[in-house]
Design a protein around this ligand. Structure first.
Ligand code: PBG
Length: 307
């Protein structure tokens, strides 16, 4: 009766990894319980999410090394299996809300979210690539384009590209305050997308900064973001709380791979009860102010709610 915070299935979005091929279901070693799926297995998992009350999934592609290049050109290739997966998901599961990822890193031979020239990220040139990628995803059936790249000005640029091409109903969920975090390690294993040289500190945020997150959110709101995100979640609860006060749109938080992995690993060692710890940690993200939480534990947490 007096409980202040509730974690409901519809508060959570399940991130899923799609890969090429048929009949593929490969467990990601650093993310227990998470797999790379080929399309037909992905559909089964997405349907399972819907059945327990989850409304949305965030989809990430695992691209073969030979398809990567410095301009991420496979990302807008019509033959791209990721785009086909988007179309098939929306056809077979029309109620599913699909957040598609806009960033170069899964397709980039440099492993960066932007174009690299002599060790420098070219912000404005990258926007053109992101525009082509976003348009291809919108055409394929995405509900929310989700730029996770942290280039400056990309929300406004993507909004105008979508509008010009009559995708006015496709929303933008902006990764507004995304920190340069070591907690992304297992995700980069999952996609084999780690930077080949350098790090992401010139475009992702300094974990020491708090006020800057509010500035990033304000810019994205001015540029037309329909939802904003803070990422990671658990080490950034103060940021979530600040942003919730500032934002006029729903606030998302991403409980990232490393945050999930550390709880699961401690659970495997018998050092804590992973399911209980995951629930408590995810609840803390909700309590801090997140409206929507992207979490690899979404299905297990949703089932808990049903029981
Ligand atoms: C990259 C991207 C990353 C994640 C989502 N999109 C990693 C990175 O910035 O290197 C991380 C998600 C996670 O760790 O769960 N565009």
């Amino acid at each position: 009766m007096v409980r202040e915070t509730h974690l409901r299935p519809e508060d959570m979005v399940l991130p899923l990894f799609v890969t090429e091929g048929v009949g593929v279901k490969e467990e990601i070693s650093s993310m227990p319980g998470c797999f790379r799926y080929s399309i037909e297995n992905l559909l089964i998992k997405a349907e399972e999410a819907l059945e327990v009350g989850i409304r949305g999934i965030a989809l990430f592609p695992k691209i073969k090394e030979e398809k990567k290049d410095s301009l991420a050109s496979y990302s807008w290739d019509e033959e791209n299996f990721y785009l086909k997966a988007i179309t098939e998901l929306k056809e077979k599961l029309p109620k599913l809300i699909l957040f598609t990822d806009v960033a170069m890193d899964p397709y980039s031979s440099d492993g960066h979210d932007g174009i690299v020239k002599e060790g420098v990220i070219l912000n404005d040139e990258t926007l053109e690539v992101l525009g082509k990628m976003a348009l291809a995803q919108a055409k394929a059936g995405a509900d929310f384009i989700s730029p996770s790249d942290m280039m400056d000005g990309r929300v406004g640029y993507l909004r105008s590209i979508l509008d010009e091409n009559n995708f006015k109903d496709v929303g933008i969920m902006a990764y507004s305050a995304k920190y340069a975090s070591s907690f992304y390690g297992p995700f980069r294993d999952a996609l084999e997308s780690a930077p080949k040289a350098g790090d992401k500190k010139t475009y992702q945020m300094d974990p020491a900064n708090r006020v800057e997150a509010v500035r990033e959110v304000r810019l994205d709101l001015e540029e037309g973001a329909d939802m904003v995100m803070i990422k990671p979640a658990l080490s950034y609860l103060d940021i979530i709380s600040d942003v919730k006060k500032e934002s006029t749109v729903p606030v998302c938080a991403y409980f990232v791979s490393g945050e999930y992995a550390m709880i699961m690993a401690a659970g495997e060692k018998g050092w804590l009860n992973a399911e209980e710890a995951l629930y408590e940690a995810t609840l803390s993200v909700k309590r801090a102010g997140a409206d929507v939480i992207f979490t690899y534990g979404a299905i297990e947490l949703a089932k808990r709610n049903l029981s």
